[in-house]
Design a protein around this ligand. Structure first.
Ligand code: HEM
Length: 610
């Protein structure tokens, strides 16, 4: 039946008439085949909740933790004084020094994996709009267009004062209202991804879904060989504007080929699917392509979640906090989490706060050979949208992810990211000023409202930030130099100034916003990998094997030329976290998936239909 994306309800005939008359049927509705309680997770996210089948699908709306805070309906909120809030570029310049800095404990895998996870539940439509379509917001004629929210640069700007550059392009977030998919008045930003942590950035949640990705042989995804390594296939609609022709030709048709780290994780998780399928085929020679594919997908998703929740989150928040908040479990058995009264949902606050990891992004990629000898420094952003270059240099870029620290963690930001984030597309982009700008244009409420929501603490004066243990006096003074009133402080700006949480490497409110989303995701996902009562659930033995999933094992099974790695591959190499040979890294034993039917009947792959 036909469902309305925005409301999640079956489309009424009146609404359908409206959509059809205005050519909106394709955009605003989804056709969902009847749900089967025993089927596997669908790639488009439908039927996750059997009572509410359209919730959690590709293009289902995003929730808000706190109500939207706009001024005059859909404009950015004002300062408490009634004046405009300080310009985003000024906020960024005053609060964050743009300088060189290396993180003391974390490496490039932390921001890299974070960005990869974002693409599972969020989408890059606003970036695509800003870089590809609405590129003109700095033209004098367009500064005040509704679609434009440019970041203006003052005459005293330390970087641009001697140039003619006085503006950075920025566009208003696209909403369901823009697409006429709702009459609701509160601007509701769109999302082009499924809601659950289901690797939708790998299994294509849109259009024909994973049918266009599969090789239909041995349960594997289609791949192509280049320089003896395997990659997602090229295709006619793929776009890699920075590939230097004729040598650089690799460009993924159905996957993200954006920043280096995102492209690498995409390549690795595609290869990982095929690694799993081939291992399963060895154990179960009687399984057909479908059985191998579906089981490999299920294991790949579980592996990814295990790494994200038990390893990445531990690296950024510390283990104790995650255990205390029920995000991860101490024991290795099943967890009973699913609650069918909760619909799958992802929050805007969460997809937004992942921008905090901009502070850890480096613009210098340190390239090493497989023995760890330093080769050269490469400008990270010159490799963006350029999978052709990556494909020819996989091994050195792979090493750069775990051998070099990520940026900062000390309240500074990488110079290039804060001034020239997208070379080749726009003369000047400050990603962090963009974050402040979007914070307001998404209608996210003041920082102090999040503090009240999560910590129950009222902040009435700037000094209260210190009294509450959230900031040092120095940072409080800095905030005071930018904002007139504590309620003026933007969420992201507050987090830039906040201390790291106890035992972790990020501020507490960022952690709380992430955990709020994780709990929603776990409880509302009928296919959550730790549940025993889901369709095709892992047995206890299989779940124990899934618990062995680590980033280190991903590098060892899929990384070009990787023969040694640290056990904690999100942390820098150190005496406590030394490089060890890959043989010492635990791997999943696929014998746990041995199907007695294969042995009993001694039948061949193609004959077996489950
Ligand atoms: C090559 C490195 C990167 C560059 C050049 C970059 C640049 C940008 C820029 C310019 C924006 C748009 C800002 C605006 O709204 O005006 C953006 C958005 C965003 N970035 Fe990054 N970024 C990078 C890496 C990362 C990393 C490592 C993360 C980690 C999670 C991340 C997370 C995000 C998120 C969540 C958004 C919001 C997307 C949306 O909802 O529209 N980025 N980035």
């Amino acid at each position: 039946s036909l469902y309305d994306y925005y409301s999640g309800e079956p489309v009424s005939s009146d609404l359908l008439d409206f959509y059809e008359t205005n050519g909106l049927k394709e955009t605003c509705t989804i056709d969902i085949k009847p749900c089967d309680p025993n089927e596997r997770r669908r790639v488009d996210g439908s039927c996750n909740n059997l009572k509410d089948p359209a919730r959690g699908t590709f293009f289902a709306p995003i929730k808000r933790i706190l109500p939207a805070n706009f001024s005059d309906g859909n404009k950015p909120r004002k300062a408490e004084s009634g004046k405009e809030l300080p310009p985003p570029r000024e906020v960024r310049l005053k609060l964050l020094n743009h300088t060189l800095s290396s993180h003391k404990v974390l490496n490039n895998n932390v921001p890299g994996f974070g960005a990869f996870v974002f693409l599972d539940i969020g989408s890059l439509h606003d970036n695509q709009n800003m870089l590809g379509k609405t590129t003109y917001c700095c033209n004098a004629d367009h500064l005040n267009d509704y679609a434009c929210t440019p970041n203006l640069i003052s005459e005293n700007d330390p970087v641009f004062k001697f140039t003619g550059v006085r503006c950075m392009n920025s566009t208003r977030p696209l909403t369901y209202q823009d697409f006429k998919c709702t009459q609701n008045e509160v601007p509701s930003p769109i999302k082009r991804a499924t809601t659950s942590f289901d690797l939708s950035q790998i299994y294509n949640s849109k259009g024909e879904g994973d049918q266009v990705l599969r090789s239909f042989k041995g349960g594997e995804l289609a791949v192509e060989e280049e320089n003896g390594a395997l990659f997602p296939p090229n295709g006619p609609t793929a776009s890699c504007p920075n590939n230097v022709k004729p040598n650089e030709t690799r460009c993924f048709e159905h996957y993200f080929g954006t920043f280096v780290s995102v492209s690498l994780f995409t390549i690795w998780f595609v290869r990982h699917h095929n690694y799993i399928a081939s291992e399963l085929a060895k154990v179960n020679p009687c399984w057909n392509d479908e059985m191998l594919y579906q089981t490999a997908r299920d294991i790949n998703i579980a592996f990814y979640n295990q790494v994200y929740f038990y390893e990445w989150n531990t690296a950024v928040q510390g283990r104790n906090y995650l255990v205390e908040n029920g995000i991860i479990s101490k024991d290795k058995g099943h967890r009973y989490l699913y609650d069918d009264t909760k619909s799958p949902e992802v929050t805007l606050d969460y997809t937004f706060i992942l921008r905090f990891f901009h502070l850890m992004q480096e613009s210098r990629t340190m390239l090493y050979d497989v023995h760890g000898n330093f080769i050269e420094e490469f400008k990270t952003f010159d490799a963006s949208f350029r999978t052709g270059l990556l494909a020819k240099n996989m091994s050195t870029f792979t090493q750069s992810m775990f051998r070099a620290p990520c940026h900062g963690g000390d309240g500074t930001v990488d110079f290039e990211l804060a001034n020239f984030a997208f070379p080749g597309f726009q003369i000047a982009i400050d990603a962090l000023a963009g974050d402040v700008n979007k914070c307001r244009n998404f209608g996210l409420p003041p920082y102090v409202d999040y503090i009240r929501h999560f910590l129950g603490i009222e902040i009435n004066s700037f000094e209260d930030f210190k009294t509450a243990g959230l900031m040092t006096s120095k940072k409080v003074r800095l905030l005071k130099s930018v904002y007139d009133h504590p309620r003026d402080v933007d969420l992201i700006a507050g987090e830039w100034c906040a201390k790291n949480m106890k035992g972790g490497n990020i501020p507490l409110i960022t952690a709380n916003i992430m955990n709020d989303n994780t709990l929603r995701a776990m409880k509302s996902d009928r296919h959550w990998y730790e549940c025993e009562n889901r369709p095709y659930a892992f047995t206890e033995k299989q779940l124990k094997e899934i618990r062995k999933s680590t980033l280190a094992s991903l590098f060892c099974t899929t990384g070009d030329g990787v023969t040694e790695i640290m056990k904690n591959a999100f942390f820098n190499i150190s005496p406590k976290n030394p490089l060890v040979p890959c043989e010492k890294i635990k791997k999943i034993n696929f014998k746990a998936w041995a199907d007695p039917a294969c042995k009993k009947n001694n039948i061949k792959c193609t004959e077996f239909v489950r």
